[in-house]
Design a protein around this ligand. Structure first.
Ligand SMILES: [Fe+2]
Ligand SMILES: [Fe+2]
Length: 320
């Protein structure tokens, strides 16, 4: 594979995390230059699922299973991120970005395994996730896999296209991370504390590393057209997979016996109770990606993410 030409200067070195100059909703005030000072480190977290109820948002099977789709998609999805970024690493000519990509790989590796534990628990409770997970595996191991038969510029092109898809997905994971860090409705609803910590620890690390995939993409190819093209495909495919995942989980849930069906009306009502992200906010966030001068640091607060990671029970236990 050919080596990459030097990319344009990275935006992160001279760009401030705009929201980081404010005091985050929860957590201490943070320095304005915090984001580009940040070193990304994986945290070797562990979660004890032995007491997790099937409907870990109490009395809310649809909200539970809408968020359970994360556990179906992320283990294979994030392992694919890791394989793709390892493949891209030799093309990175900026030392700071190289460190960030290595940190990203470390964090996503831990995320994948953390969600795998929930899949194992669903199976133990009588909900077999395997039929859906096999489809996810097909997507990431076949459709989106690296192609050893492609060499030179064709191989590089295929790799950059996959990095662009990851940058688009990471836009959504950062949106979700920011949402879960600012979702008091989950606390009010009495969400299982271990699951809530998993979601917020993962969400905080997504906010923490939200620039890396985008910066890598811009480093390899700053084309606005590629960014738009890959988002135009990634957004609808992700939404479609999510809807299918919720339907699958609710049908496979032995406690529901197929009596409860997910509906968009049910989604909107749950989002109004603060249990799921609002559709308007999600659409508004997707529209940000279209802006020519978009950068991931324009959304979310690194300070808030770092503050949560400082008090997350799983992250604190990992640090001991
Ligand atoms: Fe992740
Ligand atoms: Fe991520």
């Amino acid at each position: 594979m050919s080596s990459a030409p030097p990319g344009p200067p990275l935006p992160r070195r001279d760009r401030l995390d705009r929201r980081s100059t404010r005091t985050p909703a929860r957590g201490p005030a943070v320095r304005a230059d915090e984001h580009h000072d940040l070193a990304l480190n994986p945290r070797d977290v562990r979660f004890d699922w032995s007491r997790l109820p099937m409907h870990w948002v109490p009395q809310e099977p649809m909200a539970t299973h809408t968020m359970n789709v994360l556990h179906l998609l992320l283990p294979e999805g994030e392992r694919w991120f890791v394989r793709t970024f390892r493949e891209a690493l030799p093309l990175v000519t900026d030392e700071r970005l190289r460190e960030d990509v290595i940190g990203f790989i470390g964090q996503e590796s831990v995320h994948a395994e953390a969600h795998q534990g929930v899949l194992d628990l669903l199976l133990a409770k009588g909900l077999d996730p395997a039929p859906f997970v096999r489809q996810v595996e097909w997507l990431f191991h076949r459709v989106l896999a690296g192609r050893e038969d492609l060499t030179g510029s064709a191989g590089r092109e295929h790799l950059i296209e996959r990095v662009a898809i990851i940058a688009a997905i990471e836009h959504f994971t950062a949106f979700l991370g920011d949402w879960v860090l600012n979702a008091p409705g989950l606390d009010r609803a009495g969400v299982d504390p271990v699951m809530l910590d998993l979601l917020r620890w993962h969400g905080a690390e997504e906010v923490e590393h939200r620039s890396v995939a985008y910066d890598l993409l811009v480093h390899l190819d700053p084309s606005y057209l590629r960014r738009m093209r890959t988002m135009a495909v990634t957004g609808p495919v992700l939404t479609w997979m999510w809807v299918r995942g919720v339907r699958f989980l609710m049908l496979a849930d032995p406690g529901l016996e197929g009596r409860v069906r997910p509906t968009w009306r049910g989604y909107v009502q749950a989002s109004r109770r603060g249990l799921l992200p609002g559709l308007t906010g999600a659409a508004r966030s997707a529209a940000q990606y279209v802006k020519p001068r978009y950068h991931p640091t324009q959304e979310g607060s690194t300070g808030q993410a770092v503050a949560y990671l400082a008090r997350s029970p799983a992250a604190r236990a990992a640090a001991r």
